[in-house]
Ligand binder design. Structure first.
Ligand SMILES: Cc1cc2nc3c(=O)[nH]c(=O)nc-3n(C[C@H](O)[C@H](O)[C@H](O)COP(=O)(O)OP(=O)(O)OC[C@H]3O[C@@H](n4cnc5c(N)ncnc54)[C@H](O)[C@@H]3O)c2cc1C
Length: 426
């Protein structure tokens, strides 16, 4: 039996090796830290407006979550409709919710304008109910989404679920037709090519080591030399490190894990998800899954509350395979060919944040819900940096520190236990 590849399945379609290094300029209008959706979307917009832009990437283009994720471009935020309304009031909650819809439209437009072949399609998403009570909550959500946000979703009761999702494991689902699917690594590589065409300089294997204030703005030290910038955008999300210590204390990196089966027979794949929707379920320790274009089942989840590493990925792969067989018991003979993980950034208030800290612009903390909003916020932060009208829906929100956190998330296993307990009780 062939061994399981411990790299993202998505990487098999893109060049992940670093390109030959290019000379680092001595100065730029803007230096962007990180080459995921946030950084590249911002770089493209800035360069199109005529700014000189340097993107520094510690690894290779798109290496972080942006080439590893489930490719679900989802409506809404990590916080549900009721929580958004309770926390932010009707007007701000409406603005935040609307931005999640605009973010999907933004990705769709970008993919089309830049000709990015990444399989973008409005697949729709299903949120599957793990308990009957969760389906009852979906009824309230449906009513609230329509009343407060003018957003229509459909309920799929358990006795009709097999038309959408061939399993008896769930107790119905909530269907949102606005959500989309894409191949994340192809999308981030297409975005990198678009940023380069606009004139941005991308520098791989070039971590920012220190950022200090200087007479003209900022001085950014890298192992390949230092450069001066008038402005800096921090776009490091779940990989935020010691170079921006204040931001690091506000986002916790948590591993998210995925396994991919071998390609399934087309009819068998179609039987699992007849409309090829993307799916996530209603637990805290959730499962999320979808089909790839070549009919693999990609099955992901939080699996365990740990930072992403090679050993946690192996443990998670076994947990996820068991989960996959609970949902789809008929897949016992389907070989797992890939298992991988990446870091998502959680914030204390489960809300993304974008603004300025220590003079630098930043956008991060997407709480595993970032394909659309990261792309959108990169563009919005670029506009703000260019002095255009501020479209950042998170402007002015206080960005709370995570108590007792200094970059070592020692408490994650305890948080995991607490969420497991909540899944069991609620
Ligand atoms: C397994 C997994 C599944 C997910 N599934 C989904 C999903 O289905 N739908 C969804 O909406 N979201 C999902 N997410 C979340 C989503 O992928 C992220 O929110 C999004 O990709 C964040 O993009 P980003 O550009 O902000 O950060 P990233 O793509 O993580 O990029 C940050 C980059 O910064 C670089 N970096 C860090 N420090 C430095 C430094 N000092 N100098 C230079 N570069 C540096 C890193 O190397 C990294 O490449 C998932 C995430 C994971 C890991």
């Amino acid at each position: 039996m062939s061994p399981v590849a411990e790299t993202p399945y998505w990487w098999s379609a893109v060049p992940m090796a670093a390109r030959p290094p290019r000379p680092l300029p001595e100065r730029a209008d803007v230096v962007v830290l990180g080459s995921g959706y946030t950084g590249l979307s911002a770089a493209r917009t800035l360069a199109r407006a005529g700014a000189s832009v340097v993107v520094l990437e510690k690894e290779t283009i798109g290496w972080g979550a942006s080439s590893r994720n489930g490719g679900q471009v989802l409506t809404g935020m990590k916080l549900g409709a009721a929580e958004l309304l309770a926390r932010f009031g009707p007007e701000r909650a409406r603005e935040l919710y609307r931005s999640s819809l605009e973010a999907i439209d933004f990705v769709e437009r970008l993919v089309s304008e830049e000709n990015i072949a990444c399989g973008f399609r409005r697949s729709g998403h299903l949120e599957a109910a793990c308990k009957p009570a969760h389906f009852e909550r979906f009824r309230r959500d449906q009513e609230l989404l329509a009343r407060a946000f003018g957003h229509e979703v459909r309920l799929v009761p358990k006795n009709e679920l097999r038309a959408e999702l061939c399993t008896d494991y769930y107790h119905g689902a909530l269907l949102d037709e606005r959500s989309a699917a894409l191949q994340p690594a192809q999308y981030v590589h297409g975005l990198a090519a678009a940023a380069e065409r606009a004139g941005a300089g991308l520098h791989e294997l070039t971590p920012a080591l220190h950022v200090t204030k200087s007479a003209t703005g900022f001085r950014i030290a890298t192992p390949r030399g230092a450069l001066e910038a008038k402005d800096v955008l921090v776009a490091t999300n779940g990989y935020t490190g010691a170079v921006t210590p204040k931001l690091r204390r506000r986002v916790i990196p948590i591993g998210s894990y995925i396994v991919a089966t071998e390609p399934l027979d087309a009819a068998r794949a179609q039987a699992l998800l007849p409309r090829r929707r993307v799916v996530f379920d209603s637990k805290n320790f959730l499962f999320y899954f979808r089909l790839s274009e070549d009919n693999r089942l990609l099955f992901g989840g939080r699996a365990q509350f740990t930072p992403s590493s090679a050993s946690s990925t192996r443990t998670a792969a076994a947990i996820l395979r068991r989960g996959m067989l609970q949902v789809f018991p008929g897949l016992g003979d389907a070989r797992i060919e890939y298992a991988w993980s990446g870091s998502v950034a959680f914030t204390r208030d489960l809300t993304p944040h974008a603004g300025r800290m220590d003079g630098m612009a930043y956008a991060m903390g997407y709480c595993a819900h970032g394909v659309g909003i990261a792309s959108f916020l990169g563009d919005a932060m670029a506009d703000a940096m260019l002095g255009r009208p501020d479209r950042n829906p998170f402007r002015g929100l206080p960005f709370p520190v995570i108590p007792a956190y200094d970059g070592r998330p020692w408490f994650l296993p305890f948080v995991g236990l607490w969420y497991k307990l909540r899944d069991w009780i609620h």
